[in-house]
Design a protein around this ligand. Structure first.
Ligand SMILES: *Cc1c(COP(=O)(O)O)cnc(C)c1O
Length: 474
């Protein structure tokens, strides 16, 4: 399997090891596989079998044994795909039973292992420096995945006031000799833009040529590929291979839902993909009108991992509906950079709308959805999953629908508690447990007793300086 960049009109080809190590193409584009091979299952395979079969299609420069070993190590003790059936047609897919209680673990427990093997495959001895911009969950999941992994360093940048208390506590207490965590005075888009800029700054990269910079954000193919598997595994747990199933995905950077689109391209009988946004509804407008515009206010919401205006992975979808026309994609991305918006063609919009439906939930609707899920189904959902559930209630579908549940409610205990019980308290996680009986995940329970290690707060213009200090640190 070869890969090319969404912005490269001569279509230079890369193998998967190169793609995993680089993260982002030199021209600023994203790596995409040149095709999506059909994969079919009988439905009797387990998660590990499905993951192995799918990854073998995409990692053709990896030895089969190595893929098998990596998959076993990652998913032996962690079943990423746990179903919660409300009734025959509505099913929640709980993707958050990993180490940090967010769906990001599905990919970020695997990625360091893939990267280590990719370095071996390429006979590459240089150290890889992973840069991460996070709206909350990626940061912790990436830190947990990369902590103390040989031949790697990881630096995480999160918006100082843009993550939940639990998310922050998870990051600032991270142990490991090769990790750094910085709060920045800015929002997620500021962090993501700064990181992308560094990854594309050829002078900077040259002056640090002893290391390789890479990304653990969902712009890295190694983040997207693992997410294909749970569309297949959940599909075969609820349907028989003939009927169609729709998926509702609480969306931020468009990585999770894009994996569903790719699964459909690989032959999975997916009907609709419903893109659920919070009040930052830039994707709702785009999918409904074909105009993507970031000329709008940025809101901080109770679903912070979706507080994003520039959804990076949309570029991969555009590449697909423009049939791989890299010039067209470069043009659109340039429009976005220069004018703050772009508009796609009518036929491309129609192609998107064949599969995607989009809507959003206000803050009030999100809280209401948490309350409804608890009162009607005795089911506790987090604020992000609640955005998806609120959108489901506006667009109930005829066929089976899977709602992707992306975080444990205990990552956002205050908002969840207040939405249901309409009162304040001191220790929200404990109060939520006492009133609902739903267990607190162990990693979150243990947070209180952990020592705070990372306290640096930096201006958004100082990310490069902070990085330099970290790189010379021993
Ligand atoms: C990251 C995240 C999302 C958004 O996923 P994308 O792949 O960025 O669209 C939704 N919910 C939670 C809890 C997340 O951590």
């Amino acid at each position: 399997m070869e890969y090319s960049s969404t912005r490269d009109s001569v279509r230079r080809q890369y193998c998967s090891s190169e793609v995993l190590i680089k993260g982002l193409a030199d021209d600023g584009g994203l790596f995409v596989p040149v095709d999506f091979p059909a994969v079919t299952f009988s439905g009797r395979e387990n998660y590990i079998d499905m993951a192995t079969a799918i990854f073998r299609q995409f990692l053709t420069d990896f030895a089969d044994n190595d893929i098998q070993t990596i998959v076993n190590q990652t998913y032996r003790d962690f079943n990423p795909s746990v179903l919660h059936k409300i009734n025959d047609t509505l099913i929640f897919l709980e993707l958050w039973h990993g180490k940090t209680s967010a769906f990001k673990d599905v990919a970020l427990q695997l990625l360091p292992r893939l990267l280590t093997q990719a370095l071996k495959n390429s006979h590459e001895d240089a150290e890889v420096v992973i840069l991460v911009a996070t709206s909350g969950d990626t940061g912790k999941a990436a830190l947990e995945g990369f902590a103390n992994v040989p031949q790697t360093k990881i630096a995480v940048f999160y918006p100082q006031d843009g993550v939940s208390d639990t998310q922050k506590q998870q990051m600032v207490t991270q142990e490991g000799d090769n990790v750094a965590v910085f709060a920045i005075k800015g929002n997620f888009d500021d962090a993501q833009t700064a990181v992308k800029k560094i990854l594309n700054d050829s002078d900077y990269l040259k002056s640090n040529s002893n290391v390789i910079f890479s990304s653990a954000n969902s712009i890295n193919w190694g983040r997207l590929m693992p997410q294909l598997v749970y569309y297949f595994s959940s599909y075969f747990s609820v349907a028989n291979g003939d009927e169609k199933v729709s998926f509702i995905v609480p969306t931020g950077n468009f990585g999770d839902i894009l994996a569903g689109y790719y699964a459909k391209k690989m032959g999975l009988p997916v009907d609709k993909l419903i893109c659920a946004s919070n009040k930052n509804n830039v994707l709702t407008d785009f999918i409904q009108t074909g105009v993507y515009s970031v000329k709008r206010d940025f809101y901080k919401t109770i679903s912070p991992s979706m507080d994003i205006l520039v959804s990076s992975n949309l570029e991969r979808l555009l590449f697909d509906v423009y049939d791989g026309d890299a010039n067209a994609i470069s043009g659109l991305m340039n429009d976005l950079k220069e004018t703050g918006q772009f508009k796609i063609g009518q036929s491309q919009l129609e192609k998107i709308q064949e599969t995607f439906i989009a809507d959003f939930a206000t803050e009030e609707e999100t809280k209401q959805a948490i309350q409804t899920a608890y009162e009607q189904y005795h089911y506790l959902i987090d604020t992000h999953t609640a955005v998806a559930f609120a959108v489901y209630e506006k667009h109930p579908l005829e066929n089976k629908t899977v709602i992707l549940s992306t975080a444990s409610p205990y990552k956002f205990p205050q908002n969840v508690y207040q939405a249901i019980f309409k009162e304040d308290t001191t220790d929200y996680a404990t109060a939520l447990y006492e009133k609902t009986g739903v267990e607190i995940p162990k990693n979150i329970k243990e947070l209180q007793n952990k020592k705070v290690i990372h306290t640096k707060v930096i201006e958004k213009g100082m990310i490069k300086n902070a990085l330099n200090d970290f790189l010379i640190r021993r």
